[in-house]
Design a binder for this molecule. Structure first.
Ligand code: BG6
Length: 522
């Protein structure tokens, strides 16, 4: 039967509450209310949730920030951001804007001021009484990571972390949402985790990695574990190698201060790419509950051997963009970006070759690339299968034929395609590659939920499946620390320049070509 085609613009609204389960009434407290994340992401997402999906009566938002403002001024500022950053086809009309604004309150305080947290407690108690929010609170840290420990400590001190109730019988919930980066190495991540644990239990802690909220990332599990035909092939017997690319066409924009300290390895590999790698390679969980899935992720990460200094130059390439042109637009070099040191050695590109030492993946190389200022924005994964054991066709008949490749496109143009050989019509026995294609939009005609919307909604109903557990963060840092340390100890693994708008430094091509393979550029 031909597949129904749903042109963009005619997409249906998605559902957001699992099995129609609405969350209990609650208040979302945003720390860092005037920052970039709140303005660009959190406010538009909450407004969208409020407008397009049923939210409980009394749902409220309290912003906690330093800037002096009253509720009315905050509402004005928040609506400006919502209007600016909500996609055009989602804009709220004036009635909806007014209704959402009425749910918003402001608490002005320094982050280290005990009295400010007391004031917050009073506002929250008042909302419980007047709006029926029942003591349920989601604390969202949208602040720079340097403030995490202080805010957590103060929340604990003000008694805001403990759910209300009698004799251990909890009558309400308190959850904390923490944005990446979770530390900047294993030691600082452990320290942060200890500080969190002094105040919040692990099941109250929701560490966000927004890649886990992407529909296509979650589909990796469905693809692998709900289909009989792929899983038997998903191992070292049939797979030659795997490539993961997370390419971005933008430079670092105005984030120099953060990026200089982080670089591509901390910004992308430690979190987003590691999560995608885990979902691609982990064993089947015993069930869909949060801990079963996270147990499997940790298990597979533990099988990644630490990088030795002597392998750094063979298995990794670091790059930094120089001036160039991307999509016809000039891009300045990284060192010329505002706020970047002119002799910066921060990497804006990383290529890696990793292994997973277990029965399923022994000897299968995983080639991973991520970079800023590349020719296009694209995240995808290629599973390349082994060639047939014996090729019946002559080399002249199979010229240019690539082995079977399964490409999972996470963004944009979400979908999956499988490349295989077919006979070119005619008398000769010539073969050519063809593609079997699945496109999300065409197949379902349903707009995918935004990653933040999915994750905030999951936190409201208390489902932590898509959030990162303490041991996951630490296990991932163990691997990433070994790479960073190997770089420190090997001058030959220096940062190589690449032109903005190219696919990275030539050294990265050599990394894969030395194994007789090629990058599969999106
Ligand atoms: C963020 C990184 O976590 O993810 C950014 O800090 C990066 O540097 C972004 O641009 C990429 O997210 P997405 O969803 O656009 O692929």
């Amino acid at each position: 039967m031909p597949q129904e085609v749903h042109p963009a613009g005619s997409l249906k609204q998605h559902t957001i509450w699992q099995d129609g389960q609405m969350p209990e009434p609650c208040t979302v407290v945003i720390f860092g209310a005037t920052g970039d994340l709140t303005q660009r992401k959190l406010l538009p997402t909450l407004a969208h949730l409020f407008h397009d999906h049923p939210l409980p009566e009394g749902f409220s938002v309290v912003a906690f920030a330093r800037r002096p403002m009253n509720d009315e001024q905050w509402r004005g500022l928040a609506l400006d951001s919502i209007n600016k950053y909500m996609p055009d086809n989602d804009k709220l009309d004036s009635d909806a804007q007014r209704a959402f604004a009425q749910r918003m309150y402001y608490c002005q305080s320094d982050f280290n001021d005990r009295e400010g947290y007391q004031k917050l407690a009073d506002i929250l108690d008042k909302l419980d009484r007047e709006k029926g929010t029942e003591g349920n609170r989601m604390y969202y840290l949208a602040t720079p990571p340097t403030l995490d420990s202080e805010i957590i400590f103060q929340l604990g001190g003000a008694g805001l972390a403990r759910p209300s109730g009698h004799n251990g019988d909890e009558e309400s919930w308190r959850r904390i949402v923490i944005e990446k980066p979770f530390g900047r190495d294993l030691a600082s991540a452990k320290k942060l985790n200890r500080e969190i644990a002094r105040v919040f239990r692990e099941n109250q802690t929701y560490r966000i990695d927004h890649y886990m909220g992407k529909e296509t990332v979650q589909n990796l599990l469905a693809f692998r574990f709900a289909n009989g035909i792929f899983e038997p092939l998903w191992n070292q017997k049939y797979i030659d190698h795997v490539q993961i690319v997370v390419a971005e066409s933008l430079g670092i924009g105005s984030r120099a201060e953060y990026y200089e300290e982080s670089g591509a390895i901390r910004d992308m590999i430690q979190n987003h790419i590691m999560q995608v790698l885990c979902l691609t390679t982990m064993e089947a969980p015993v069930s869909f509950d949060a801990d079963s899935i996270r147990d499997e992720k940790v298990k597979v990460m533990r099988a990644i051997p630490l990088l030795l200094a002597e392998d750094a130059a063979k298995r990794t390439v670091r790059g930094q963009y120089t001036a160039g042109v991307i999509n016809g637009q000039p891009q300045v070099g990284y060192k010329e970006e505002k706020g970047v040191s002119p002799d910066s050695q921060t990497e804006t590109y990383v290529a890696l070759k990793l292994f997973i030492e277990n029965w399923r993946w022994a000897d299968v190389p995983f080639y991973i690339r991520t970079g800023k200022a590349l020719p296009k924005r694209s995240t995808e994964m290629t599973i390349q299968f082994k060639r047939v054991p014996h090729m019946l066709y002559k080399p002249s008949e199979t010229k240019g034929l690539v082995p079977n490749r399964l490409t999972i496109r996470i963004q944009p143009d979400d979908g999956i395609s499988l490349k295989f050989a077919a006979k070119v019509p005619g008398a000769a026995r010539h073969l050519s590659d063809v593609d079997m294609n699945f496109s999300y939009t065409e197949a379902f005609g349903i707009e995918s939920p935004d990653a933040y919307e999915r994750l905030i909604a999951d936190c409201m109903i208390g489902d932590s499946t898509l959030f990162i557990r303490r041991d996951e963060v630490e296990t991932s840092w163990r691997v990433v620390d070994s790479i960073i340390n190997a770089w420190k100890n090997t001058p030959e693994s220096a940062v190589h320049p690449y032109k903005a708008g190219s696919w990275g430094p030539p050294e990265a091509d050599a990394l894969i070509q030395n194994d007789g393979r090629e990058w599969d550029n999106p």
